[in-house]
Write a protein that binds this ligand. Structure first.
Ligand code: ZN
Length: 277
């Protein structure tokens, strides 16, 4: 079911990890951001769109993780975009023959059958530094940053007061750092939080890739909580974050494992190169 969160901006929430697909109405059709996860949910969204006489004229993936790279034949063959770095990462990770089997193993077994991988990651990289998504609708500014994944982009729809945050600023996900790829994942994350706070002055609605849609107060509030977590993580702490441990929302108990995993990974890195944090 599509829920309007601002004029001409609608959200379709998945049962899987409270994933939010975002629909933006344009002049000739809609822009579809991170379309969804399970086949029946994307089919439902495709039907909702066609029932209301709307076609998908462009797609966008906020970052190169499988749950943001899916597509459904019912959406048609609109161009699908990501940042140049996102698309290059997808190419590097998904172009070999075993890639889809590898992705399939990353999907929780209870939904694996429900996730259609045939159109996974067929995105075109927009040239580096592209400021806006090329489409005929409200301007959608690309706010690229390195924090959660290579080429991750938040999208700012200024005319509608909406920030689509990708996997940043979530009320259920702790900051998940790019601990495998980045040279300084902690500083990258802190810089990205500053960037998002800096662009979000006129934002009334925050749509995270997973979790609850928030109001204007949620950009600074979530950024502050995420910064506190990242600073704690740098000191080998962070388990006290309300999203980790007994206070995690039902279904999100696995955040504890994510936290432990990235704490260990960062500790291993600093031992290895001798730098603190
Ligand atoms: Zn992600």
């Amino acid at each position: 079911m599509l829920r309007q969160v601002a004029e001409g901006v609608l959200v379709h929430e998945s049962e899987f990890c409270q994933s939010n697909a975002v629909v933006v109405h344009g002049r000739a059709g809609v822009l579809l951001i991170d379309p969804g996860v399970q086949d029946h949910e994307m089919a439902c969204l495709a039907k909702d769109l066609s029932d209301s006489g709307r076609t998908v004229v462009a797609g966008f993936s906020t970052h190169p993780h499988w749950d943001h790279l899916l597509w459904h034949a019912g959406f048609g063959e609109a161009p699908r975009y990501g940042t140049a770095r996102c698309a290059a990462t997808v190419r590097a990770r998904l172009s070999d023959a075993g890639a889809k089997a590898r992705v399939a193993r990353m999907i929780p077994p209870d939904i694996a059958e429900q996730v259609p991988l045939d159109l996974l990651g067929d995105i075109t990289g927009l040239p580096a530094e592209t400021a806006r998504i090329p489409w005929d609708g409200p301007q959608v500014r690309i706010v690229e940053h390195q924090a959660h994944a290579p080429g991750h982009a938040a999208l700012l729809i200024e005319e509608r007061g909406v920030l689509v945050a990708g996997d940043m600023l979530s009320d259920v996900l702790i900051p998940m750092l790019d601990v495998h790829g980045a040279a300084d994942p902690i500083e990258d994350y802190l810089a990205a939080l500053r960037l998002l706070e800096g662009v979000a002055g006129g934002v009334d609605v925050l749509v995270p890739g997973h979790g609850s849609v928030g109001g204007a107060d949620q950009v600074p509030a979530r950024a502050e909580r995420d910064r506190a977590y990242v600073l704690a993580l740098r000191e080998g702490q962070g388990a006290g974050d309300p999203r980790v441990g007994p206070s995690a929302r039902p279904g999100w108990e696995w955040m504890g494992e994510v936290h432990n995993g990235q704490a260990q990974r960062l500790a291993g890195r600093s031992e290895h190169d001798g730098t603190p944090g």
